[in-house]
Write a protein that binds this ligand. Structure first.
Ligand code: SAM
Length: 275
């Protein structure tokens, strides 16, 4: 079989398994497995593959056909300016979370050596991006999952970025005051899980998905360590409700930011003086 025939066969197979962007995924998987660029796939379209090359390409395509997230199969994923190691220990960082980082950067504009706490860091996407883009920031990140925290530590080491990682519930006894407490907490209702895409429902950690009241608890517990802004990613259907939660708790300047698709996804509010 030629490279082109293998690419076409992988595309057909992935499409038959319900993969949304079958061609793109086939290109990314084959190019990664064979050590080629996506352009090489087309310049070498008629080159026959060795049996060894075909065998190398088969595994990743099968994994993707089982609806394992592309980011887990590739083993890394882009988030803002970073490439993060990604696997089943943590949620795949999403584009809308990049807006959360944008809000933190805007709110910290001009701050001298700002202190930031990222609650539920997963791969470390938010914390590491802030450490990378705000070079004088002191960044602390927590997670209740030791697996997720181990992955965040691997990412911090691979990227040579300094983030203090703490295992525990929400703020995990981190010492404030912080200029920003930021979080993308789990916000899927248990009842919504079955309706999710298989990539999410069957592969991503449940503890990263299911809302067990983390947002409500964090709105309260952040007040103990915050002298500045709470920035939360929220379910698009719950932005107004979360904004009201912050107002009722005593936060000021509560605002909602839309994602690039125009959906309300980030809620922020200011808390003056840690309790
Ligand atoms: C939606 S994921 C977000 C991961 C990462 N911040 C991102 O944006 O890609 C939520 C994360 O919160 C963690 N988590 C869930 N409950 C928690 C709790 N009570 N305290 C700390 N972390 C928690 C999960 O383990 C998971 O890594």
């Amino acid at each position: 079989m030629t490279l082109g025939e293998t690419l076409d066969a992988a595309t057909t197979y992935l499409a038959s398994r319900g993969v949304e962007h079958a061609r793109l995924d086939a290109e990314l998987l084959l190019s990664r497995a064979l050590g080629l660029t996506r352009i090489d796939l087309y310049t070498q379209y008629d080159r026959p593959l060795t049996e060894r090359e075909r065998e190398t390409a088969r595994g990743p395509v099968r994994r993707r056909g089982a609806r394992e997230p592309l980011a887990y199969v590739l083993g890394d994923w882009g988030f803002r300016r970073l490439t993060l190691r990604t696997d089943s220990r943590a949620l795949v960082p999403r584009p809308e979370t990049e807006i959360v980082v944008d809000r933190c950067l805007a709110l910290l504009d001009g701050a001298d050596r700002p202190r930031v706490l990222d609650v539920g860091t997963g791969t470390g996407a938010i914390a590491l991006s802030l450490a990378h883009e705000l070079t004088d920031a002191q960044v602390v990140a927590t997670d209740a999952s030791s697996d997720a925290l181990a992955l965040a530590a691997e990412n911090a080491e691979a990227l040579a970025l300094q983030v203090e990682l703490r295992l525990g519930d929400l703020i995990a006894d981190a010492r404030g005051p912080f200029d920003v407490v930021v979080s993308n907490p789990p916000y899927v209702d248990q009842a919504e899980i079955d309706a999710l895409e298989p990539e999410v429902r069957d592969w991503e950690p449940r503890a990263a998905l299911v809302d067990t009241g983390q947002t409500e608890r964090l709105v309260e517990s952040a007040t103990h360590v915050l002298d500045g802004w709470l920035v939360l990613e929220v379910h698009e259907g719950r932005a107004a409700e979360t904004a009201n939660l912050l107002r009722t708790a005593g936060y000021a300047q509560v605002a909602v930011t839309d994602d690039l698709a125009g959906r309300p996804r980030v809620v922020e509010g200011k808390w003056s003086g840690a309790r």
